[in-house]
Design a protein around this ligand. Sequence first.
Ligand SMILES: Cc1cc2nc3c(=O)[nH]c(=O)nc-3n(C[C@H](O)[C@H](O)[C@H](O)COP(=O)(O)OP(=O)(O)OC[C@H]3O[C@@H](n4cnc5c(N)ncnc54)[C@H](O)[C@@H]3O)c2cc1C
Length: 443
Amino acid sequence: MQNNSNLKKINADIVIAGTGVAGMYAALSLPEDKNIIMITKSTAEESDSFLAQGGICMLKNDNDYDSYYEDTMRAGHYENNPEAVDIMIRSSQDTIRELIGYGVDFKHNENGSLAFTREGAHSTSRILFHEDITGKEISSKLLAQVRNRSNITIMENTTMLDIIEKDNTCYGIIAAGENDTLYAITAPYTLWACGGIGGLYTHSTNYRQLTGDALAIALNHNIELEHPDYIQIHPTTLYSSKPGRRFLISESVRGEGAVLLNEKGERFTDELQPRDVVAAAIFNEMEKENSNHVWLSLAPIDEAVIQNHFPNIYEHCLEEGYDVTKEPIPVVPAQHYFMGGVKVNMKSKTTMNNLYAAGETSCNGVHGANRLASNSLLESLVFAKRAVNDMDFDNTLQCPDFIIDNINTSLYTNKEEIAANYRESVLNEIERAKNETNAKKSA
Ligand SMILES: Cc1cc2nc3c(=O)[nH]c(=O)nc-3n(C[C@H](O)[C@H](O)[C@H](O)COP(=O)(O)OP(=O)(O)OC[C@H]3O[C@@H](n4cnc5c(N)ncnc54)[C@H](O)[C@@H]3O)c2cc1C
């Protein structure tokens, strides 16, 4: 038996690591008599979900099903899981209805109908939006609901360091909170909703704290991953030589007509192709011109549309010294999204008993090898709900005392060392998977 006197024990019905849209929507979809603990590495407002600009897809009507399905599959190079794509599309209208019920305000046309915009690789307008801060609109409304629920506790600045596991069953998580408090949070069900991996990269649009911790923990506990090398590079982020998160210039800017230009002011690609194709064209042009960026001109977009639809982009570029209504802006591709992740089935269950994963941290195959723009908020919501719907609360799984008694707390004292080890292990796994994929391609 270890000396565990410094371990603070909490028992819950479910513990959720992550307070982005996946974590919050899952919590709100659970019965209100369940005791839910949510933890987040920083504050609840600092998740990628708050950053989403472009919007969220919805099946407009039955006639759009085939086209939406085909756009998703084509963008994913037909490596998508067809069942996951079907589930996501067919669940979209209910999900949006529920978001509106939670108070989310999407743009409406003058006649009161929902307004749709278009983004790269979509063959029609099917994206709902709120200016260019759709993620903030959705996430802040969900967060307000979560904060209103007395059965949900959010522990901020609390980092999951490990899971509590025995014989391939998950009993909860070990987390480090404020003032270096170490927690053992036990629950019959654990949900990983830990977002992406952008914090592992120098140039990324993601929050820096998103470092794929769930993947490292999965590797340590023999939980299967899927396609850890499927990483999306966003074609257009505002070029900057400063360190930190890159500012995204949403796909819908190109959807509304913005064009990519080289140093000579010439267009060099079709801006509405899938992200990976556009990013490759930009890298190619940068190499040809020996330049560290290309240009994006918003001149084809009406100034009123820029001000109304993209006020956040307009303001941010102004702060960086560019008036998008008057001049092109320098843009460069950056790490943006993680299509791979912790392998889950259609009910978001991982290969470990009682452990679920949803949102960007998971991989159910919906995006294939490349995500279609504005499918990820939707996918996160749809599959987070499927996770909680699969949980059987007649299950009263209790963590046996001896498991807690045997937790070796000395393994968790050096958080920096743990973070460095996790980082190395995830990057190595990505590299290994990349080599394996390349070998298969050339075989
Ligand atoms: C700039 C930008 C623009 C985007 N635009 C769009 C868009 O227009 N449409 C669209 O569909 N998608 C968009 N995306 C993608 C989309 O925002 C994300 O894929 C989605 O929000 C992921 O939600 P999530 O809940 O899985 O993760 P996140 O919202 O990233 O939340 C992850 C949570 O996990 C927590 N966490 C991580 N590790 C730990 C740990 N070890 N312990 C405790 N907590 C942890 C974090 O603190 C955070 O609370 C955009 C992404 C970015 C970065």
